[in-house]
Unconditional design. Structure first.
Length: 199
């Protein structure tokens, strides 16, 4: 198991995409499998897929490397799981979405709007003393915006988990997600106090 300089054990994160039957109780069965195997779900998103009757789930699971590397194979054994892929080592496109409601009275609203412009986020609601931003991107971008907005007074933050798909092939006959990596995702980390675990 990977350790840091202080000797603390490091977990490994895996990004899993699963196509599942759209039936009641499927999420509970998958969560139960993770719980029994000792996996932690760092993030989870689910929604209808392009195929009627099927939903697509994106999981980021974490745990000891020798355990989480088998998560896709264990998911594949569930009857409700039609298709599953571990895309951790693949070349992927991924995003997270957040809605951030921040205090914005008239005296500092222009500063908040200027910050929104710098981060190229959408302002989707404006009230008398607050506004709500929609931001998409990686974890670091969203975290940075949240930290910069704290001095104005954050009222609410709602975040999705990661959604991901394989990058398209650049060469005819090449598999999707197989070409040279152009963006990296850290899959090993050492949990710290206050770390939400979302990605």
């Amino acid at each position: 198991m990977t350790t840091n300089t202080n000797g603390a054990a490091a977990f490994q994160q895996r990004t899993i995409i699963a196509l599942v039957q759209d039936r009641p109780g499927v999420l509970a069965r998958i969560s139960g499998l993770f719980r029994r195997r000792g996996f932690n779900i760092a993030s989870l998103t689910v929604g209808r897929s392009e195929r009627p009757g099927l939903s697509r789930m994106t999981f980021v699971v974490e745990g000891p490397p020798h355990v989480v590397q088998h998560v896709a194979a264990q998911l594949d054994r569930l009857v409700e799981v039609v298709e599953v892929q571990d895309i951790t080592e693949k070349n992927i496109v991924w995003r997270e979405l957040a809605l951030i409601k921040v205090s914005a009275p008239p005296e500092n609203r222009s500063e908040v709007l200027e910050l929104a412009n710098v981060f190229r986020v959408n302002v989707i609601d404006i009230g008398a003393h607050s506004l709500t931003m929609e931001v998409t991107g990686g974890r670091n971008k969203i975290n940075s915006l949240i930290e910069l907005l704290r001095r104005f007074g954050i009222r609410e933050v709602i975040r999705t988990g990661r959604v991901a798909t394989l990058r398209g092939a650049l060469i005819e006959g090449q598999e999707e997600g197989a070409h040279t990596l152009t963006e990296s995702v850290e899959h090993f980390y050492v949990p710290t106090a206050g770390d939400s675990g979302s990605v």
